[in-house]
Design a protein around this ligand. Structure first.
Ligand SMILES: *Cc1c(COP(=O)(O)O)cnc(C)c1O
Length: 379
């Protein structure tokens, strides 16, 4: 559809073009033998931004999650607790590491994993917990970290949405044992495809580096199982340029989110996103929930269609919780109805565009379309 405002859209300028041109001219387009400088620069930039001691760039957010689990020595026979209402990437990473995903429910207000549900799902085989800072809102980190420390579990953060989010004044990226970021096209900054694992633990950083490059301890000498999860210099150059604009991107997202909240606060048919005390949202996705009675999913889907007809793309993250996806139904056999908050969220949420390409005029179009669509909803 012409003129459709997309839910998220990368924003590039001459800076990205300039750095990519430099990389191409240099001929150093990858960094297996640490010859290129941009992967290193991008890693240093991210680790400085999130205040972590180490950062390891990889080829995607999914690779970051997989590599983090391997670095934590999660393997066959282990269980890893994660929320069911999140990207399927974490479940894939757990299975690829040879372990079993154990799916917990979420808090209905914040959509992030519930500590009570983690506790209910603990067993003697639980070795790690993956929390997702869903949409860019930090999970209940402090209380979950306390539980993880108490039970001796590794705490991994799926921070794919959360670059720039803060928990009690500290940026997401060094609160748990490892944090995994994604630079896919819809994230707060993008390299096309890409990911990063940040950590303060040297042992993890070393294993991450080795795993991403064939388990090598030195060039052409593999001392453990690894794979190729490297980021190219081309991607890293784009990342370096994007990172220099991140603060601007984040303040634009926040501003756009504030506009939506102030314009929609009176609409009783929808629930607006919350930002509990001490948690600061990175606004990768501004997600509302349809509250009105009747068949929730029908109303939500109607609203998505109505917005689309008005030129606004609404995203649904995610229409199915992991435990209700065909493959995971088959292997995990968690009956529908057993994770009620995840299932309700999957039927009722939708996300609205707040990306940095949208100025006040663009946001006025979004607001207008949402208000019209809500009116139609209650008719
Ligand atoms: C995007 C995303 C991922 C996966 O990242 P990729 O770079 O696409 O592999 C993982 N978790 C969440 C919550 C995501 O949004």
């Amino acid at each position: 559809m012409p003129g459709l405002i997309p839910i998220n859209q990368p924003l590039f300028g001459s800076e990205e073009q300039e750095l990519v041109r430099k990389v191409l001219e240099s001929g150093l387009i990858t960094s297996a033998a640490s010859d290129g400088q941009y992967v290193k620069k991008f890693e240093e930039g991210i680790s400085k931004f999130v205040s972590s001691r180490y950062a390891t760039a990889v080829s995607s957010g999914t690779a970051a999650l997989h590599a983090a689990l391997v670095a934590a020595e999660i393997s066959k026979g282990d269980c890893v607790i994660m929320p069911s209402f999140t990207s399927v990437a974490a479940a894939e990473a757990i299975l690829l590491a040879g372990a079993r995903p154990v799916l917990a429910d979420i808090d209905p207000e914040t959509y992030t994993i519930s500590r009570d549900s983690i506790e209910e799902n603990l067993s003697s085989r639980t070795k790690a917990v993956i929390v997702t800072h869903l949409y860019g809102l930090p999970a209940d980190v402090e209380s979950i970290k306390e539980l993880a420390q108490d039970k001796g579990l590794v705490l991994i953060e799926d921070a794919a949405h959360a670059l720039g989010a803060e928990y009690k004044g500290k940026r997401i990226g060094s609160l748990g044992d490892m944090a995994c970021f994604s630079f896919y096209a819809t994230k707060n900054i993008t390299t096309g495809e890409g990911g990063m694992v940040t950590t303060n633990i040297e042992e993890y950083a070393e294993r991450l580096r080795s795993f991403r490059c064939h388990g090598e301890s030195k060039r052409h000498e593999s001392s453990q199982l690894g794979t190729n999860y490297r980021m190219s210099e081309i991607q890293a150059a784009i990342g370096v340029a994007q990172l220099s604009k991140l603060s601007k991107f984040l303040s634009r997202r926040k501003r756009n989110a504030t506009i939506l909240t102030s314009e929609l606060v009176g609409a009783s048919e929808i629930q607006l996103p919350v930002e509990p005390e001490g948690r600061s949202h990175s606004w990768n996705l501004y997600t509302i929930r349809i509250k009105t009675g009747g068949r929730h999913s029908t109303k939500r889907d109607k609203m998505v269609k109505s917005l689309e007809s008005k030129g606004i793309q609404a995203g649904v993250y995610y229409p199915l919780p992991v435990h209700l996806m065909p493959y995971y139904r088959e292997i995990l056999r968690i009956p529908s109805g057993s994770l009620p908050n995840s299932e309700l969220a999957a039927r009722t949420v939708l996300s609205l565009p707040v990306h940095p390409r949208l100025d006040d005029k663009g946001m006025a179009l979004v607001v207008e379309a949402v208000q019209r669509s809500i009116e139609k909803l209650s008719r």
